[in-house]
Design a protein around this ligand. Structure first.
Ligand code: GLU
Length: 530
């Protein structure tokens, strides 16, 4: 934990600021999700987008997608498309922003240079910011000389900037093409209050802040801080809902609102708790996912540089509604013991009053449980649609939707992720190639081929293969002959399924064509023999 962050914690009074909220209520709720396209969207970022969406929808507000791409060195091609596709898959919708239109655009920061230039100039003109020419080497030298150096009221007087240099010289350096940055001029010893709906009012002293760079002439672009504040203001953002990692920037942001004279329209801050490792301490990382076998990205990501492929929830066979439900409960609770909640229910129940300050352990097993529950809710038709890509991939065709749906409906209770349906229902689509050795040993004796031959004749004589009817006829025959029920039924199952597993035998034979069932029995007799 950084020293800075500790100061924030120590000064925080963890009370909810209702007064501020009631004034905010007058304002139209406008929230933004503002990712930087520096790679795939992490699952924590998805949760941030989700909470923004729930809050916006609950309050009849607007949800904006702003792309914060001012750091060109970290730009990754494909990241923006990935972010959009991920959120679309999850049903997190935008009203405004990149690709969605709106009257406050452009919504991509790299297209807003003129705007940032103007606001940087405004701060310079008002004496709230200054120009600095210090080279990296000079900054390095200052760091070596002054213990715990930071560029601030105590040190800026000895650096090369427009506060220490004559105006003429500053102008000349700029005219000669020297690179410079613009820094905020932070006045020392002022109280800075960050009013946060989850953390309460957090007060820090401005003296611990440094004069952060707001603009760099080298790429004629603002830094994150300036662009973020200017855009939130111009886009009339009412609530800034983001991850806890941005909390240390919040005091600077408050000072920027002050410097611009925008305190009255400053958004309400909400910093969401961190997502923590499933086991041990610390922030959830991609490595945890790799180690324990769960994705940390919504969709599969193909890294354009390294070619590395990272797994995604969608491709692993999670349902979007399960991922949404699971993520919603990482850092928030509905105040009662409800767990399964649709997007609409989440929208109506969501509240920052029930968001925790403490980090949320990423219990990926709970995510699997959610998926199972949502799979159970699926109708046969829905299951069929989810499953078709798997059949296609395996080159299997010729089955009716009804057959596919009914087969899956029988096995869904044993599946967690969509591909598990294949593991459970494979025999409905391909006849067994081999037979589980252990089961053969236990259930297939010298008598079995003869008894299976009789069973074939019994089956041939059944006209109505509905489960209860076929069951009655077959069980009557077994009883009449005095055969061992378990042995006959398990051998039957072994022949049709390939192992002693699967749903009720007569439910299987109700939907599987009788000729196929008979062919499988005959094949087993031939293959296993005895
Ligand atoms: N661009 C920042 C990010 O990548 C936005 C942080 C914020 O929401 O202010 O998350």
């Amino acid at each position: 934990m950084s020293a800075f962050w500790q100061v924030l914690c120590l000064n925080g009074r963890n009370t909810l600021s209702l007064q501020k909220f009631s004034t905010m209520e007058q304002r139209k709720v406008r929230v933004r999700f503002a990712p930087s396209p520096t790679g795939p969207l992490h699952i924590g970022g998805v949760r941030t987008a989700l909470y923004n969406y729930l809050f916006a929808r609950q309050n009849g507000g607007d949800m904006i997608l702003r792309i914060e791409d001012t750091d060109s060195r970290r730009f990754v091609p494909g990241a923006e498309e990935y972010i959009k596709e991920s959120l679309e898959w999850l049903g997190i919708k935008f009203d405004e922003g990149v690709g969605y239109g709106g009257e406050y655009g452009p919504y991509k920061q790299s297209e807003r240079r003129d705007i940032y230039r103007k606001y940087t100039q405004d701060l310079l003109d008002a004496g709230k910011a200054y120009i600095a020419f210090d080279t990296p080497e000079e900054l390095e030298a200052a760091r070596a000389e002054v213990p715990n150096f930071q560029y601030d009221a105590t040190t800026r007087g000895r650096m090369r900037n427009s506060l220490t240099m004559p105006e003429e010289e500053v102008k000349k350096l700029i005219a000669d093409g020297h690179q410079y940055v613009v820094r905020i001029k932070i006045e020392p010893n002022e109280d800075v209050v960050v009013d946060d709906l989850v953390r309460g009012k957090v007060t820090i002293n401005s003296s611990i802040l440094d004069d952060k760079v707001l603009y760099k002439s080298a790429d004629d672009l603002p830094t994150y801080h300036l662009a973020n504040i200017v855009d939130d203001h111009l886009m009339k953002v009412s609530h800034v809902i983001r991850g806890e990692e941005w909390l240390p920037s919040a005091p600077l942001h408050v000072l920027l609102y002050r410097a611009f004279g925008w305190e009255d329209t400053m958004p309400q801050f909400v910093h969401l708790p961190l997502l923590l490792k499933p086991v041990g301490n610390g922030k959830l990382s991609k490595r945890d996912g790799d180690k324990l076998g769960f994705p940390v990205f919504p969709l599969e990501w193909h890294d354009p540089k390294s070619g590395e492929i990272s797994s995604g929830y969608r491709e692993k066979g999670y349902l979007p509604e399960a991922v949404v439900n699971f993520l919603a409960l990482l850092g928030w609770n509905p105040g009662d013991d409800s767990e399964l909640m649709s997007m609409d229910e989440l929208i109506s129940k969501f509240s920052f009053a029930h968001c925790s300050k403490a980090g949320a352990k990423f219990d990926y097993k709970k995510g699997i449980w959610f998926n199972h529950e949502y799979l159970m809710k699926k109708s046969d038709e829905e299951l069929c649609q989810l499953f078709k890509p798997i059949l296609e991939e395996k080159g299997i065709s010729g089955y009716s939707d009804e057959y596919i749906g009914r087969a899956l409906g029988m096995v869904k209770g044993r599946a967690n992720l969509v591909p598990d349906l294949w593991d459970q229902a494979d025999f409905f689509f391909v006849a067994p190639e081999s037979y589980a050795e252990k089961d053969v040993k236990k259930r297939w004796s010298e008598d079995t081929p003869r008894i299976m031959g009789e069973l074939v004749e019994v089956l041939k004589g059944i006209d109505d293969m509905t489960s209860a009817n076929a069951e009655k006829i077959v069980l009557d025959w077994i009883a009449e002959k005095g055969y061992h029920l378990g042995n006959v039924m398990n051998a039957f199952r072994l022949a049709v399924v390939g192992a002693c597993r699967g749903p009720h035998m007569f439910d299987i034979t109700e939907i599987m064509p009788k000729e196929e069932v008979i062919a499988r029995i005959e094949r087993a007799v031939e293959k296993i023999g005895k």
